[in-house]
Design a protein around this ligand. Structure first.
Ligand SMILES: [Fe+2]
Ligand SMILES: [Fe+2]
Length: 476
């Protein structure tokens, strides 16, 4: 036994106290993680006391343990959701056989690649949000940002645990690399495009939480179906935390809409300039932010037709979200899937693919459906306030950089158009330089307990039944 009390320092349910190999790997990695956190985690808030939840167990009491903590002292833990007795493989060629507790040698590199790609997104988002604390619209929001940051840190730990525990020396090297790549770095960027986009303002942050964390939800849901049981259990537990991140995105954007509607009422005007004079976010501006983050996040699902997706499905590595409850055919050896692709002549044509090859698209479509829920809610707010305007998701074909529609100019409805028209209309579709300047001008830090910046309405309630004017972050 080591002298370090592992369960106090690193809360876990993986018997870390008795696993010498894992201890050694983590002892080596943890100081590097802390260095990374100091350098690229929330900038300047190391001494602040933050009201945060920490996972100290996987049951109802343990997974959200609230208390005040300085972020560098956060107890990043390692948790797997409880095992499901006699769990069998839920999809693919080995359907119905017992799940694996170790990675089968022949699938090792496929698993490693998927785990590293997922793991890479977790610290990437912390890096993207590095400076946001300085311009928080309230203490409540600041606390939520930090909650997300520490949990993404824990999600990195979750993936590093799998690498350390199951991939030997390769896994240890990959774990180091997860701290060596950096968001937006010219030489060593993060693996996926969206995770190299800067998040410089809170409107982008809320969009990121709404759209990009939701991609995370769908990736985790499909990995939670995996035949490699430790990975499935890790991802299942991460999903419980991920839900809060999307809550922050959805309620954040909903509060922006609410505030804008108040200003529209007050001024009796829908004119964006009028709304901006009152320091709120006009809805067309919000729409352009939605267009940007939604289209960027769509690419995270990969190509519509992918032999890689077919192989990972066939091999039982990555399934579909809610595989057991949402689908009848779990093998998909003979079924097909129809997609729309550019016909090369400026139009659209139908194409039929083997279902297994279309798994990325299946995943993307369920993601899009989930994205629509928030829009319906915000549109209801707008309608109730008596306005005809509607926020919309652009077409899945709009501004794609990956897959069948990559670099095919289309309008927001997905209709192919000429390159000239595309470029000419783009300033109305994506945030322009002046939009971004305006949003930047709104980003003034508000840290009086209970106070909100003028561009966002207060939330309906505080965190963990505390009042809204609770001092969620205490500065020293
Ligand atoms: Fe995460
Ligand atoms: Fe997240």
């Amino acid at each position: 036994m080591s002298a370090i009390d592992y369960s106090a320092k690193i809360p876990n349910n993986v018997d870390l106290a008795n696993d010498r190999t894992l201890q050694r790997a983590l002892e080596h990695w943890q100081p590097r993680f802390l260095e990374w956190w100091k350098e690229l985690g929330p900038n300047d808030f190391a001494t602040a006391d933050v009201y945060l939840r920490t996972a100290i167990g996987v049951d109802a009491q343990g997974w959200a343990h609230y208390g005040t903590v300085k972020m560098p002292d956060y107890r990043w833990g390692i948790f797997l959701a409880d095992p499901i007795a006699d769990r069998t493989i839920g999809f693919g060629d080995s359907f119905g056989q017992p799940v694996w507790q170790q990675v089968p040698g022949e699938f090792r590199s496929q698993f490693r690649r998927l785990i590293v790609t997922q793991g890479d997104t977790e610290p990437a988002s912390v890096e993207q949000q590095h400076l946001l604390g300085h311009t928080c619209p309230s203490l409540y929001d600041l606390r939520n940002l930090f909650q997300i940051n520490v949990e993404e840190g824990r999600h990195l730990w979750a993936m590093v645990y799998i690498l350390h525990a199951h991939f030997g020396r390769d896994g240890r090297e990959e774990a180091e690399e997860l701290l060596a790549r950096h968001s937006g770095d010219a030489d060593k960027p993060r693996i996926l495009g969206t995770f190299n986009e800067p998040i410089v303002d809170w409107l982008s942050f809320f969009c990121f939480c709404y759209f990009t964390d939701r991609d995370g939800k769908f990736q985790l849901k499909s990995l939670a179906e995996s035949s490699f049981d430790p990975l499935a259990r890790t991802c299942r537990f991460m999903l419980t935390e991920e839900a809060h991140h999307m809550f922050v995105g959805e309620t954040g954007l909903g509060r922006v809409v609410k505030r804008t509607l108040e200003v529209m009422k007050e001024t009796g005007s829908e004119d964006p300039q009028e709304i901006r004079r009152k320091g709120a976010v006009d809805l067309p501006l919000l729409q352009r932010y939605l267009n940007f983050w939604f289209s960027s996040s769509l690419d995270l699902f990969g190509s519509e037709i992918s032999s890689n997706a077919a192989t990972t499905f066939a091999n039982g590595i990555k399934g579909r979200p809610d595989e057991t409850t949402q689908y009848q055919d779990h093998v998909c050896a003979a079924s097909t899937f129809e997609i729309e692709v550019p016909d090369g002549k400026g139009g659209v044509m139908k194409d039929t693919s083997a279902m297994r090859n279309a798994m990325n698209e299946v995943l993307r479509l369920s993601y899009v459906k989930d994205c629509e829920i928030g829009l319906k809610r915000w549109n209801m707010q707008i309608k109730r306030a008596g306005y005809a305007l509607e926020l919309k998701l652009p077409s899945n074909r709009f501004r794609r950089a990956i897959g069948a529609w990559a670099n095919v100019p289309t309008d927001l409805e997905g209709k192919p158009i000429s390159r000239e028209e595309y470029e000419q209309r783009m300033p109305g579709w994506l945030p322009s330089a002046s939009d971004k300047d305006y949003v930047k001008s709104l980003m003034q830090r508000v840290i009086e307990p209970g106070k909100m910046a003028a561009w966002i309405a207060p939330p309906d309630r505080g965190i963990n039944n505390l009042s809204l004017d609770y001092e969620y972050v205490l500065f020293h």
